[in-house]
Write a protein that binds this ligand. Sequence first.
Ligand SMILES: Cc1ncc(COP(=O)(O)OP(=O)(O)O)c(N)n1
Ligand SMILES: Cc1ncsc1CCOP(=O)(O)O
Length: 583
Amino acid sequence: MAAQLLRGASTRFQLSTTLDTPLGKSGHAVCGLGIRKLERVSTARLCKFRGCEVTGSKAVLSKRRRGKGGIRADMGGEETRRVPRVLTVAGSDSGAGAGIQADMKACGALGVYCSTAITAITAQNTVGVQGIHSVPAEFVEAQVKSVLMDIGADVVKTGMLPSVEIIQSLCDVLRTYPVKGLVVDPVLISTSGDELAGPAILDALRDDLFPLADLVTPNLPEASAIIGGDPVTTVAEMREAAEAIHQLGPRYVLVKGGHLPGTSTLVDVLYDGVEWHELPGSRVETRNTHGTGCTLASSIAAELAKGQPMLSAVLAAKRYLSEVLEESATLNIGEGKQGPVNHLFKLSDWEKTSKQTKFRPESLLLYAVTDSSMNKSWGRSTSEAVRGAIEGGATIVQIREKEAETGEFLQEAEASLEVAREYGVPLLINDRIDIALACDADGVHLGQSDLPVARARAILGPRKIIGVSCKTPEQAEQAWKDGADYIGSGGVYPTNTKKDNKTIGVEGLREVCYGSPIPVVAIGGISGANAAEVMAHPRPENLKGVAVVSALFNQPDVKKATEAVRTVLEESLKEAALPVASS
Ligand SMILES: Cc1ncc(COP(=O)(O)OP(=O)(O)O)c(N)n1
Ligand SMILES: Cc1ncsc1CCOP(=O)(O)O
């Protein structure tokens, strides 16, 4: 059970909304003027605390304290916004690729407020580390306290901790002022190969800091050093190392594979003492990898601060890092062998200049899946049919071609993509990654027997949309871990469009939705006549729409047929104010 942190800086008095974060380092509250010990209380209980009244999920200043200037005069009593907060306790990198600078940029890019406690000042560039000047432990402690007593932090992330005294005093502060999450990046060896910590520091990390941590994120050399020097060069050895490090006390261990020696495998291993997750990554060939360890750890901290559970936080952070690496591949900063990345690439205009149409879960509302034999029988090309569907209200399109030769498929896809781009509607290719790459489509839809999702993600990179057909919650969970963006689930009803396809019904669809961490679109035998039943309230929150073939394309007028289904969907959206079903 989470410790209840009453975040009560002078500008807001709302209880943290992530009280269910599974961290339980009991009993302190930050309220107004300082941090005080509180008894553990359950979320629902009412607690009174030095002028703060906590009622349900709200903490408000009592009249008595309000009168004493506890609320800022310029707030005018308006609701204020909760901002997720990370405190990074790490070293400064003069080259700004790693350390504090990387953490601040990554958190900023992810919408999280990042405060800092600087443990060391390094003279560093793309060539390596030229000098390290440690900050005295008392002054690191002073920085941490200053932040926690006023601004507060949902999650603390540590990087370079250059002395045993700093580690021990940080542990003391964290025991006194607990936070909801602690991510420890055990910075022992920089990615450029420089040793950043000696054996005494390693011992202090192992004995004092790891037991307080929610996550420890060693790379392969660090994992090896932590477990006493045994080599960690295979996925099996990564699992063994994760197990050994978990014994030291953290709730989770993420051993980062990077490029495992001698293999093209990119995999990280996440372990919580019971369950293993092998998380694949996409390969980006670039010299610009300086600071990726710091970036990953601070991005995970940022996602945890937003209230994500650990696995989701790790996956989201990995995806962000892949995007950053891809976007930074050709940056030319510094003369050394390892350059920095551009954490803030989204502030530049890539989204404006990119041809890629962004995936939003809402675009699954009416998913038009083409069928060239149906369209041919009505005397129209695939691209004409796509135009009709989009004008009739389709929100995403998939080119599903089961008969044409590769060259014809590519031509159809290119012509259809031109139409889709005109309207800003995403267009995906069924099954064929080669076609998707050749025409630069927005993504692919894959079945269970197509190219494995993790491989597809590695080939397509972080930005392309990947949808996966799933008939069970287990398949959906796996697809998410492997990097899928959405699930297509069905057949909901019997269909003649796909032979020998098992029907799972509305019940089966909903089971998949409840087991899926990502959005779901229903498919199979869906038309204007039954779309309302599929989308009926209360429905799973992540059921976003319907995918339709024959009810759109085996019709004389595609636009009219699409409008008819869209009208039914619009009606179901109007019920959106009603409660959603929960599992
Ligand atoms: C949105 C959507 N969902 C499911 C499917 C089915 O894909 P798959 O299982 O690969 O079968 P085929 O389409 O290849 O016959 C889909 N295409 N789209
Ligand atoms: C491709 C696919 N996957 C599951 S059912 C199906 C066919 C859907 O076609 P229709 O909408 O005509 O039933």
